[in-house]
Write a protein that binds this ligand. Structure first.
Ligand code: ZN
Length: 435
């Protein structure tokens, strides 16, 4: 069979025309992608009859709306972004409607803004809730890491970036659950606690504090979406996004449901002059991190407020911490600590029983070494102080010293006389035998 001879020029024509066609065809597509602005939907939590938390004369729905409007205003100063509020006025909406609104607008990100309060009014700090599943987790966590850095830089204490599941294993918070169901990336921000002293200065006093929250939220979005703003002369197009590893498909990132596995205390020193006891605490939770600690001096009947636990980053806590307890002479303390993890689960330590002054008399639980304390006491105690108890007046001390001198002189005399008598008896006996 004879092969047909192909025209080589035709092949070259195709080779040139096809890529050119593809190139020109892609131009409109590329420009469409480049020009498509990001869509951010901000959801001011609660509204209307749905008040949210109420403390110190402040109502959460009002705070949320002020922050949301400030956030929208700030974010709109960036290029290439469209911003919507789920509601601009004081009205209630179902959680589902809020997520559907974001879906309708084709939102790249749905942020639900809130302020927090706890049942016992003891918790403080800022926390961010994110979806537990798949890419919704990755996107939520990436944004939340940026947001958390900014919130803690304001001086807020971090309560972490967390997931929470309901009984059927789905995201507990409706806005996150409906968001993921509708294909919308969503995050819930609890800016701070309205009902705890430590956080009051962040939202009370003047409106500027709330506007500042709005600006922080906007900045986090600008960095997350790598936006730039001619007006603000800012360019986050090269902003380095945090790296978040993806969970397995369909497997949730679970909250920590166990308590810290380590909480052990030991006595470091008792400074009688300063009236201070220094306690060394070891605490660790390998599933999350140590968030707060508190201590009791009455054997666990009452505890201090929750206290800051040192952390290098919100989810990276130190294992050791030293703290001081004020005490005075005669105090009998039973020190126990509580170590709280990132999900508010806590475990209690061993007990230190201390009489001030005095050595550790008893410990429960783990063995406690107080070598330093004992060494310090031995150093200070002279012969006299071991006999004469501390805490006596000078007069009493002198009287006691005189008594000691008289009694010991008397005892020495008796001892001397006894030896003399024995010697005399022996001598007499010898003489008697010799006779
Ligand atoms: Zn709320």
């Amino acid at each position: 069979m004879q092969k047909k001879k192909r025209n080589p020029f035709k092949i070259i024509q195709y080779l040139i025309i096809c890529p050119l066609f593809l190139f020109f065809a892609m131009i409109p597509c590329l420009t469409v992608f480049a020009d498509t602005p990001y869509v951010v939907v901000i959801d001011p939590g609660h509204g209307g009859e749905n008040l949210g938390a109420e403390h110190y004369g402040y109502t959460e729905k009002d705070l949320n709306l002020v922050v949301a409007k400030a956030m929208k205003e700030e974010l709109e100063r960036y290029d290439n972004v469209i911003v919507y509020l789920t509601h601009e006025t004081d009205e209630d909406m179902s959680i589902k409607k809020r997520a559907e609104f974001a879906k309708e607008k084709n939102a790249d990100l749905l942020l639900s803004l809130h302020f927090n309060a706890s049942v016992k009014h003891n918790l403080y700090g800022t926390e961010i809730w994110i979806p537990a599943y798949d890419d919704y987790y990755v996107t939520g966590r990436t944004f939340a890491e940026i947001e958390m850095d900014l919130l803690t830089a304001k001086g807020l204490y971090s309560r972490g970036i967390k997931t929470k599941l309901n009984d059927s294993g789905k995201d507990y918070y409706g806005i996150l659950r409906y968001g993921s169901e509708l294909g919308v990336n969503s995050v819930l921000i609890e800016h701070c606690h309205m009902d705890q002293e430590n956080d009051l200065s962040f939202y009370q006093e003047d409106r500027e504090k709330l506007i500042s929250f709005g600006k922080t939220d906007a900045l986090a979005v600008a960095r997350f979406l790598q936006l730039s703003s001619e007006e603000l002369d800012e360019d986050y197009s090269d902003f380095e996004l945090p790296v978040v590893s993806a969970p397995e498909d369909g497997v949730p990132v679970r909250p920590d449901t166990t308590v810290p596995e380590l909480n052990q205390i030991e006595l470091l020193s008792v400074d009688e002059n300063a009236g201070e006891i220094t306690v060394h605490m070891h605490a660790n939770d390998r599933d999350s991190y140590i968030q707060y600690f508190s201590y009791s001096t009455d054997g666990g009947k009452s505890y201090t407020d929750l206290l800051n636990w040192p952390r290098l980053k919100w989810n990276l806590s130190e294992v050791e911490h030293e703290f001081k307890i004020n005490s005075k002479e005669g105090d009998e303390l039973q020190i126990i600590t509580r170590a709280y993890n990132g999900f508010d689960g806590f475990s209690e330590s061993n007990t230190l029983k201390i009489k001030v002054p005095g050595p550790v008399t008893e410990t429960a639980g783990h063995a406690v070494t107080s070598a330093e304390y004992q060494k310090e006491n031995l150093k200070e105690e002279s012969f006299i102080t071991t006999i004469i108890p501390k805490g006596l007046s000078l007069q009493d001390k002198l009287a006691l010293l005189i008594q000691i001198v008289i009694i010991s002189s008397f005892m020495t005399l008796i001892f001397y006389l006894m030896i003399r008598m024995i010697l005399i008896l022996i001598q007499d006996n010898r003489r008697y035998r010799e006779l």
